[in-house]
Design a protein around this ligand. Structure first.
Ligand SMILES: CC(C)(COP(=O)(O)OP(=O)(O)OC[C@H]1O[C@@H](n2cnc3c(N)ncnc32)[C@H](O)[C@@H]1OP(=O)(O)O)[C@@H](O)C(=O)NCCC(=O)NCCS
Length: 177
């Protein structure tokens, strides 16, 4: 997602996404909680594992998101109290929740965690009478597009040359009734 790119790359990340194949984590249970500033270091590490350089957020960006009054950030946590997934949203003055980032640790994927985080977000936005949620996704990120379609998002518009590397994006939207 390209939102916040102006503040995204203050520093070059020190670690990059793992390219090795990761096996599934042992079975565990998950709960969803607010993501707070005390989670900063752990969520940064996970973000670097989920996104490649140039697509991930820096510590400064997460610091910003975790301290903004108009941001909602959540984490999915294992029974062992490790962060397995995260989600951040900025609520605009136009009554829209803008999903800025979502990621799930490779070893915890395809267990419904992203769907659960997005479901939790729906609830939180509805409680605040937010009418819709929007996001941008790379046209090449078909995995995320499948997730968003499963969760009720539809493509509103193709965004030409949206990302800094020139890739197009899709603007996706979901009405929250
Ligand atoms: C996209 C991402 C967040 C999905 O997380 P996840 O917890 O594995 O997703 P879920 O298990 O909740 O999947 C829910 C649904 O999304 C779709 N989906 C998820 N991963 C998929 C994949 N690899 N291929 C096809 N469909 C997929 C499926 O419809 C899935 O339902 P199903 O498992 O019953 O078929 C995760 O792959 C990720 O962190 N990717 C890297 C970061 C990223 O691209 N973020 C989005 C930026 S726009």
């Amino acid at each position: 997602m390209a939102v916040l790119e102006v503040i995204r790359n203050f520093f070059v990340p020190l670690v990059s996404r793992e390219d090795t194949v990761i096996g599934p984590a042992p079975p565990t249970t998950y709960t969803v909680h607010p993501l707070t500033n005390s989670d900063l270091d752990e969520v940064i590490r996970l973000n670097f594992r989920c996104f490649k350089n140039g697509e991930n957020y820096t510590k400064h960006t997460f610091s910003y998101l975790l301290t903004q009054p108009n941001a909602l950030c959540y984490k999915a946590v294992t029974a062992e109290d490790r962060i397995a997934g995260f989600l951040c949203v900025l609520v605009g003055n136009d009554g829209t929740g803008h999903i800025t980032t979502i990621g799930v640790a490779p070893e915890h994927r395809r267990r419904g965690l992203a769907e659960r985080l997005l479901g939790h977000l729906d609830q939180m936005l509805k409680e605040r009478s937010i009418a819709s949620a929007v996001l941008e996704v790379r046209v090449g990120n078909t995995t995320a597009q499948s997730l968003y379609k499963t969760c009720g998002f539809t493509i509103l518009q193709r965004l030409s040359n949206y990302y800094t590397d020139g890739e197009d994006g899709f603007l996706m939207i979901k009405a929250l009734n």
